[in-house]
Design a protein around this ligand. Structure first.
Ligand SMILES: NC(=O)c1ccc[n+]([C@@H]2O[C@H](COP(=O)([O-])OP(=O)(O)OC[C@H]3O[C@@H](n4cnc5c(N)ncnc54)[C@H](O)[C@@H]3O)[C@@H](O)[C@H]2O)c1
Ligand SMILES: [Zn+2]
Ligand SMILES: [Zn+2]
Length: 366
């Protein structure tokens, strides 16, 4: 066992604290990772606000890269010294989804068996089974995905959650490709990644939508062909007009990615979608949210599909090395997502900046 510094959310809504935690030595199937970087994702804030569940105290952070320090018995896929991105989809290979070949839907993903604790022995709940706003963390070995060690940790670590979720929402879940239009509502780290994913796939037009003009500038840098400031413009009408200008008669975009996680923006996505199009909900709603007054005839009458996307339907072992390769070639600008590098004491301030300030990702560098 060793003791390290980490960021903990002690109780619902309270500011996060830096505390000393106990990290057990890795047991069978586990690994201890020396964390080098960890991005601040909106889901960490959802945890702090009690929007995910009530299992406080949480050990926050889940968008990380680092170096494997030690592995437990039976671990063969990774070894001490390997540079890895941590993932929250270590597939089991045995559940009904895995058995039928849909590993991206695995219903029994692996996490460490042992618990990290506060100094007094109180068990911590690691965010998404990771907990990487910490100098070191304990994970299941399958949560470590080996990638090119030359890559910058602060940039490629973002593939561990938000950037992968966004790229995958557009490509894997939404099916973005050449000849299809994509609109993205909410251009934080996840939404701008959906824009970048749509651009990688050759989609056009790519419409970025946000209430914050600075986010729209970022989205344009990463491949948006059009932007809509939805604080002052009707989203549904504007998307229809842009898409109709390219594909005659289009009543919206073929794929609309909702990356906010609110009923009103999901409803915009629903109506900004062309006939037979796809809505992808990648934003995470809270349990109290409902979509009011949606006529069932509109669901039927417009055809197509209404999907949600967990982690961009990714398979870390397949997708992380491929996307790191595109990054190394200069075809996927992951550096553009790193708005600032911060210390472990600055996570609370980073939450503040999510609401204003044009930050895509604050990344804790250790
Ligand atoms: N499904 C997944 O696997 C997954 C993974 C990571 C994050 N998420 C979720 O994705 C969402 C976005 O995460 P993020 O880290 O990019 O958050 P973020 O806070 O960085 O970005 C949210 C963006 O939405 C914009 N926004 C807010 N209200 C809006 C509105 N009414 N209309 C248009 N834009 C609006 C904000 O200006 C901001 O740019 C969160 O709900 C997060 O929990 C989901
Ligand atoms: Zn499984
Ligand atoms: Zn996340």
């Amino acid at each position: 066992m060793q003791q390290v510094k980490a960021v903990v959310a002690m109780s619902k809504g309270a500011p996060v604290e830096v505390a000393t935690i106990n990290v057990p030595d890795p047991g069978p199937g586990e690994a201890v990772v020396q964390v080098q970087s960890c991005g601040v994702c909106h889901t960490d804030l959802h945890y702090r606000e009690g929007g995910i569940n009530d299992e406080f105290p949480f050990l926050l952070g889940h968008e990380a890269a680092g170096v494997v320090e030690a592995v437990g018995e039976g671990v063969t896929d990774v070894a001490p010294g390997d540079f890895v991105i941590l993932n929250w989809r270590a597939v089991c290979g045995e559940c009904r989804a895995c058995k039928r070949g849909d590993l991206q839907y695995c219903f029994a993903t692996h996490n460490a068996t042992q618990k990290m604790t506060l100094e007094d022995g109180t068990e911590l709940s690691p965010a998404l089974g990771i907990g990487a706003f910490a100098e070191k963390t304990l994970v299941a070995a399958g949560q470590c995905t080996k990638v090119d060690p030359e890559a910058r940790p602060a940039a490629v670590g973002l593939l561990g959650c938000g950037v992968m979720a966004g790229i995958g929402a557009a490509i894997n879940t939404g099916g973005a490709t050449r000849g299809r239009s994509v609109a993205v509502i909410g251009c934080g780290g996840v939404g701008v990644a959906a824009v970048a994913g749509a651009a990688l796939a050759g989609a056009s037009p790519i419409i970025a939508i946000d209430i914050d003009a600075k986010k729209l500038e970022k989205a344009t840098e990463l491949g948006a062909t059009h932007t809509i400031d939805s604080s002052s413009t009707d989203v549904v009408e504007a998307v229809k007009e842009i898409c109709g200008g390219v594909y005659e008669g289009a009543e919206g975009a073929d794929i609309v990615v909702e990356a906010v996680g609110r009923p009103e923006t999901w409803k915009q996505a629903f109506y900004a979608r062309d006939l037979a199009g796809t809505v992808v909900l990648v934003g995470v709603p809270t349990p109290d949210m409902k979509v009011p007054d949606l006529p069932l005839i509109d669901v039927f009458g417009r055809g197509g599909s209404l999907k949600s996307s967990w982690y961009g339907d990714c398979l870390p072992s397949r997708d992380f090395p491929m996307l790191v390769d595109l990054y190394r070639q200069g075809r996927l600008d992951l550096d553009a997502f790193v708005s600032e590098e911060i210390g472990i004491d600055d996570v609370e301030a980073a939450f503040e900046k999510m609401h204003h300030g044009g930050v895509l990702r604050s990344v804790v560098v250790l």
